[in-house]
Write a protein that binds this ligand. Structure first.
Ligand code: NAD
Ligand code: AKB
Length: 303
């Protein structure tokens, strides 16, 4: 008997990650094998609200879906402005997707985040530590990781750091400054940053994040241990000051001012850097982009 061909459903496909993940999945599995969905309308994308459990099931059944990449969510800054909605989309929406995956035997990728960590976490965050986030967004991600391990399906996740990319805008997170700064540097020569100059967070270039996602999903289930719901993956870690300095290698006249808002509190509650020894050991994770390489590539592509 032959193996069933991979047919993929992506939720939240129009977002920062979905824009690039869909492209990579299409390159890997063929254009027709990837069904893009989002609550927003766009050509080539099926409109799907992840609160609509029946429509999720209908799509999985009619399209013969084998794998789901569940990207629909509210990020930290938007989520803290509307915690009830954040809980609904990030937890109830995920539960809908898990139920459908279980019913139709689908594999499921559902991202976690460095937001699972709270102020009690060591500044270099280990894989296994207490998860006591202060944000609602972080709490929804902790629940997502628990559901991955308790739902009796093949469900996997990565604790993505702040992601930096140029193809789509960042979607309402605390780490958005690390994307916005490039656009401002090129268009205005100046950026007014909403966190302090010494704020240091774990970050990653989108190319590394997409590759990590595909590599995790390519790993045999039996090789994955108890971190399957949310592997720490490190890219690089830098302060805003260091990011400004790296951009000034290309644009010496670029300036940055600092006017911290409520997002400073979320950033301060997260670790500075990430220990990714378990991902390296279990499925061979190795990042490729350091700060200067990210900056070179971002400016080259945005110019
Ligand atoms: P994004 O905000 O750019 O995209 C999310 C997409 O979900 C949007 O296109 C939005 O329209 C859609 N959406 C919102 N509500 C929906 C609903 N009810 N039904 C269907 N679609 C809905 O986010 P992203 O950066 O692409 O993040 C994707 C996932 O990765 C999220 O789970 C996020 O928490 C996680 N993550 C992202 C980052 C990052 O830096 N981008 C870091 C860590 C974790
Ligand atoms: C956010 O800032 O909310 C996201 C994340 C780190 O989860 N980029």
């Amino acid at each position: 008997m032959g193996t069933v061909p991979t047919r993929i459903l992506v939720t939240g496909a129009l977002g920062q990650i979905g824009t690039e993940l869909v492209e990579s999945l299409q390159n890997k599995y063929g254009h027709q094998s990837v069904i893009s969905t989002d609550v927003r309308e766009s050509e080539g994308c099926i409109q799907l609200d992840v609160m609509d459990a029946k429509k999720i099931e209908d799509l999985i059944q009619t399209k013969g879906i084998t794998d789901i990449y569940h990207l629909a969510a509210l990020l930290s800054a938007t989520g803290e402005k509307n915690p009830d909605l954040c809980w609904k989309i990030n937890v109830d929406g995920l539960v809908n997707v898990i139920s459908a995956a279980k019913k139709y035997g689908c594999r499921l990728f559902s991202p976690s985040s460095i937001a699972v960590f709270g102020p009690d976490c060591p500044k270099h965050a280990p894989q296994v530590t207490g998860l006591n986030p202060t944000t609602v967004y972080g709490k929804t991600k902790v629940i997502g990781e628990h559901l991955a391990m308790s739902s009796e399906i093949d469900m996997r996740g990565l604790r993505y750091p702040g992601l930096i990319s140029w193809k789509a805008p960042a979607g309402g997170g605390t780490t958005d400054y690390a994307v916005e700064i490039f656009h401002a540097a090129l268009s205005e020569g100046h950026y007014n940053c909403f966190v302090r100059e010494d704020t240091q967070l774990p970050m990653m270039y989108m190319d590394d994040a997409i590759r990590a996602t595909l590599e995790l999903m390519d790993t045999p289930f039996d090789s994955l241990g108890t971190s399957r719901g949310g592997y720490n993956i490190a890219g690089c870690s830098f302060t805003v000051g260091e990011l400004v300095y790296s951009i000034q290698r290309h644009i010496p006249e670029f300036t940055c001012s600092f006017e911290p808002d409520v997002r400073q509190n979320y950033a301060d509650s997260w670790p500075d850097s990430i220990e990714d020894d378990v991902a390296r050991k279990e499925w061979g994770w190795i990042p490729k982009f350091d700060l200067d390489k990210i900056v070179d590539d971002m400016l080259e592509n945005l110019k």
